[in-house]
Design a protein around this ligand. Structure first.
Ligand SMILES: [Fe+2]
Ligand SMILES: [Fe+2]
Length: 414
């Protein structure tokens, strides 16, 4: 009897050990060591592929993208940047200790580039792959032409609860991407504030693509470039037939000496001209900079004069259709030489009074939290300024008559 029991126990041990081997075998099949490498797998969840992502049928997930990474605490949702017709950068932030790979500030921003994508397709990803969905999101690549919707907002600093509400309301409108006009956080040098930005905006970020610029509150912080890794703080991108020029107008913090700051600005103006010249065949040209060249806030008007003098002639020369800014925590629209100057700085920061509309220039002002939704469809761009409660502040349409001409504007609902 004793001997029989021994045989049974031995058999159980053999089975158990073979299970352990099998499990270990499975684990060794997981993607090789480099912990932040991107893994693209077919939707069936079978062994990870290595070449182009699986491309599904219309209205089905075009690919499932899984990223091997730490199982530390993910901060908010992942966010996607730098999307082109065939590539994207998937980013996420995790909290942890040095032992789990976090930097000295207690968190770390990670980035994984995906390539081999196709235009106008929706991709799904999951940076945790833990079955919780916490690390999951989606994004859409730009279409070859045709129609798309984007949104603009900014100044999400200080009141994270309000930012969360604005982002949630904007997410309901399903923009393909988000242009952020700067002042993401109250103090870009304060490492503790950055995680809150991603937590507050997560409902929006996990469904879209984020294109930010710096505001004065970023303070030229190196932490910004750790989260949005670009060689420079100004850049441009294309989406469909539209071109987007993203500037850094915070010259005051750009360099330590006056001479360096002046050089920073003159080099950027040179780049701006080259960038817009290169976009002359685009159907729409949009420029974003944090500081508004025109404002209806009386005490700030003197400070905008140099900016307007430097930029307005360039925008006019290169037939820019609309200029987006923030910095003023409200909504404003001004029209100068047929160009729309839209201020949307109502993403959460405390609101500012609007006391001095510019005669003949200012079309609309509203002291309210807001975002702007833009629907590009062929030669038309329908814009809607949306208040936090979802109501329409105003809507208007920009027409691109030809790539070489300034748009005409049909305003409605002023
Ligand atoms: Fe601001
Ligand atoms: Fe600002």
């Amino acid at each position: 009897m004793l001997r029989k029991t021994g045989i049974v126990l031995a058999a159980i041990l053999v089975v158990l050990s073979s299970l352990i081997v099998l499990r270990a075998g499975r684990e060794t099949e997981l993607p090789p060591a480099a912990p932040w490498d991107l893994v693209v797998s077919p939707p069936t969840g079978e062994t990870a592929g290595e070449a182009a992502p699986y491309v599904g049928e219309e209205n089905k997930p075009a690919a499932e993208i899984a990223v091997a990474g730490p199982h530390g605490q993910l901060v908010g949702a992942p966010y996607v940047t730098d999307v082109t017709a065939n590539s994207a950068l998937i980013n996420w932030v995790f909290r942890g200790t040095a032992a789990t790979g976090a930097d000295e500030q207690g968190w770390r921003g990670l980035h994984s580039k995906v390539s081999g994508l196709r235009p106008g397709a929706t991709y799904y990803y999951d940076v945790l792959r833990d079955g919780s969905g916490a690390g999951a999101g989606r994004f859409t690549t730009p279409p070859a032409g045709g129609s798309f919707t984007f949104m603009v907002y900014g100044d999400t600093r200080t009141r994270e609860d309000v930012h969360r509400q604005v982002a949630g309301k904007a997410a309901e409108r399903s923009p393909a991407f988000v242009v952020h006009t700067g002042d993401l956080v109250a103090d870009g040098l304060n490492a503790r504030l950055w995680p809150g930005f991603f937590v507050a905006g997560q409902d929006l970020f996990r469904k879209t693509v984020l294109f930010p610029i710096v505001g004065n509150h970023e303070k030229n912080s190196p932490l910004y470039l750790r989260l949005f890794p670009h060689p420079l703080t100004y850049y441009s991108f294309d989406w469909g037939d539209a071109h987007f020029t993203m500037m850094n107008s915070d010259v005051g913090t750009a360099a330590p000496t006056k001479e360096e700051r002046e050089r920073f600005w003159s080099e950027q103006l040179k780049w701006l001209e080259e960038d817009l010249r290169g976009a002359s065949s685009a159907r729409f040209r949009f420029v974003t900079l944090h500081h508004p060249p025109f404002t209806a806030i009386g005490k700030r008007q003197a400070g905008t004069k140099k900016l307007a003098a430097d930029l307005a002639p360039i925008f006019q020369k290169h037939h820019v259709h609309a200029v987006f800014s923030g910095h003023d925590h409200n909504y404003q629209r001004h029209v100068v030489d047929g160009i729309q100057y839209i201020v949307t700085g109502g993403g959460g920061a405390p609101l500012y009074d609007l006391d001095s509309p510019i005669p003949g220039v200012t079309e609309k002002v509203a002291k309210v939290e807001n975002f702007v939704l833009a629907k590009v469809n062929g030669a038309q761009c329908a814009m809607e300024a949306v208040a936090l409660d979802g109501s329409t502040i105003e809507s208007f349409v920009i027409h691109s008559k030809s790539p070489a001409k300034t748009a005409s504007v049909a305003a409605a609902g002023k």
